[in-house]
Write a protein that binds this ligand. Structure first.
Ligand code: NAG
Ligand code: NAG
Ligand code: NAG
Ligand code: NAG
Ligand code: NAG
Ligand code: NAG
Length: 497
């Protein structure tokens, strides 16, 4: 942004000398002089980008990077909460690419260097521009620099470029007694940046790209230090100055018993994406929460209800309906009388771990939801989705933020967390938080769904943002049988979100 400013200053000087002459020669009135001057200025100044224009930064090729959007004369980042393929498709379309390869989270292409303009984006995938999607207001967010949203778009012209950009091959590491793992730079043995040596090499650290609680959990497990309470990309423990970078692109499923079972980018000319050399680090803890979704409760309570939009206005404000409902509201003056068909169910989440489950957003940032008269502490706590037999999403899954509390505890456990009166939010060990089918947003809007057999998936803490012992039991996956008159959910099992 510095360059154009200098240009403006210089232009003023130029115009002072230029305009009087023009006035004498050709222009009669002051108004005309002013107009001429304006058009001169406009033609010579580089115009600011249009509001809502987007660009990609930090990628290795032009068709990948963290997404930045221009608004109010400034570029800003986009937060990765609720950032997934619908949003990515719209971003690639707006940039003129034919499609999306994948979306990225956790500042995959480097820490966000600009303030966040957008958070909790919700596109239906048909929009031509990101700014036409729903999102929290401009500049409203609760994200930090390691939560930038990014994309990789399909780029047909990239193949012809002489320097081909091949996707990095993923590899397994050599596993033998000369391959080791350690944490360094921390104040205790439970924290530090992750370092490893492979087959007797010198010790090296790992790029922060894609570093999440899934990878961090495997590191803590490998070192027998319990579970990860934080996965950070940082130079706090010494950074790339302490040990040279050895690997990038870590990818663990989360259930590996050794970090050497995870996948990494083929190690050639390691370069961390983004401007900073923040490396992967963890904080481990012996005690940890572990949420399990009560899938039997889901089977027992799932049922249909038809409801008019008049009674769903609060729910619309919280994005709990399919996007067709918003079209109806916009286009039909009698939209109040239109009905939506909802698949309702009770969601019960039990903490079977050894520590409380605490939401990750600090209390002063909790949002007051006037419609529902309580604070939301966790932006996306649960995700509801319905897939067809081709594994395509058919009923728009929505994402629910909740107020977390102890609704029901084992006999010897005293409930501690309560939502009322700005109370502390969380789920104690051996307590459950229950969202009964009769509360707002506790449903999937299936108005546009055809009758048939589907797969339904309900996942909690699905973005792996709050640490847990394991994420392998955070989602219930079941069969949904939907006929003209009733719906049944059965055959549930637990898996990773
Ligand atoms: C960013 O926020 C996440 C979630 O609250 C937290 O785990 C992480 O430590 C934060 N990172 C920085 C650099 O503040
Ligand atoms: C790339 O090559 C293909 C086929 O060789 C061609 O159709 C396409 O127009 C080329 N694209 C560019 C940008 O040159
Ligand atoms: C490990 O290192 C040894 C000694 O440098 C070498 O002989 C061996 O081939 C290496 N193993 C692998 C799998 O690369
Ligand atoms: C991890 O989970 C996957 C998918 O369920 C499974 O195929 C794999 O065997 C598991 N790995 C371990 C080490 O348990
Ligand atoms: C369904 O799609 C998801 C991603 O959209 C993928 O992770 C999953 O493996 C797919 N499942 C099957 C059975 O193909
Ligand atoms: C939770 O319940 C389990 C099983 O009843 C018990 O072993 C454990 O000690 C309980 N934990 C706490 C903190 O109450």
């Amino acid at each position: 942004m510095c360059q154009p400013k200098i240009l403006i200053v210089q232009l003023h000087y130029v115009l002072l000398f230029l305009i009087p002459q023009v006035t004498v020669d050709a222009v009669r009135t002051y108004e005309e002089a002013k107009r001429l001057r304006e058009s001169l200025v406009n033609s010579m100044l580089k115009p600011l980008p249009k509001d809502g224009k987007i660009r990609l930064v930090g990628g290795e090729s032009e068709s990948e990077g963290n997404v930045e959007i221009f608004h109010d004369r400034k570029w800003g980042s986009i937060c990765d909460d609720e950032w997934d393929s619908n949003e990515g498709i719209v971003a690639c379309r707006q940039l003129g690419y034919p499609g999306l390869v994948k979306v990225t989270h956790n500042s995959y292409f480097g820490s966000a260097s600009k303030k966040f303009w957008m958070d909790n984006m919700l596109c239906d995938g048909t929009e031509s521009k990101l700014k036409n999607c729903r999102f929290d207001d401009w500049g409203r967010h609760d994200c930090n620099a390691s939560e930038a949203a990014g994309i990789v778009c399909t780029n047909p012209s990239a193949q012809n470029v002489t320097k081909k950009i091949r996707p990095r091959k993923k590899i397994h590491l050599i596993r033998n007694k000369n391959s080791q793992l350690r944490l360094t730079g921390g104040n205790s043995i439970y924290e530090g940046q992750v370092e490893l040596r492979i087959n007797g090499s010198s010790w090296g650290s790992i790029c922060g790209d894609g570093w999440s609680l899934l990878e961090a959990n495997v590191v803590c497990r490998s070192l027998r230090l319990g579970y990860a309470s934080a996965a950070v990309q940082t130079e706090y423990f010494g950074g790339a100055k302490l040990s040279k970078l050895m690997l990038s692109g870590s990818e663990c499923r989360g259930n590996e018993s050794s970090f050497f079972d995870c996948m990494f980018d083929e190690p050639r000319d390691i370069k961390c994406p983004g401007p900073t050399n923040h490396v992967a680090a963890v904080v481990c803890s012996e005690k940890m929460s572990d949420l399990i979704f009560d899938h039997l409760g889901l089977e027992q309570t799932a049922h249909l209800e038809d409801r008019s939009l008049y009674y769903l206005q609060c729910a619309m404000e919280e994005n709990c309906l399919a996007s067709q409902a918003y079209v109806v509201r916009k286009e039909n003056p009698n939209w109040h009388y239109e009905t939506r068909r909802l698949l309702k169910f009770t969601a019960k989440v039990v903490n079977t771990g050894t520590d409380d489950f605490r939401s990750y957003i600090p209390k002063h940032l909790w949002e007051w939801h006037s419609c529902h008269m309580h604070y939301h502490s966790m932006e996306v706590f649960a995700v509801f989705n319905i897939f067809n037999d081709k594994n395509e999403t058919v009923a728009e899954g929505h994402k629910a933020s909740f107020c977390l509390e102890d609704n029901q505890c084992l006999p010897n456990v005293k409930p501690k967390y309560a939502c009322a009166n700005f109370g502390d939010q969380g789920i104690s060990v051996n307590c459950s938080d229950i969202y009964r089918f009769n509360i707002d947003c506790q449903w999937i809007d299936i108005t546009e769904l055809e009758v048939g057999t589907y797969t339904i998936k309900i996942a909690v803490n699905a973005e792996f943002k709050v640490p847990e012992q394991t994420f392998e039991n955070n989602a219930a996956v079941c069969t949904l049988l939907y006929t003209e008159t009733y719906a049944r959910v059965f055959n549930c099992h637990l898996e990773r979100p």
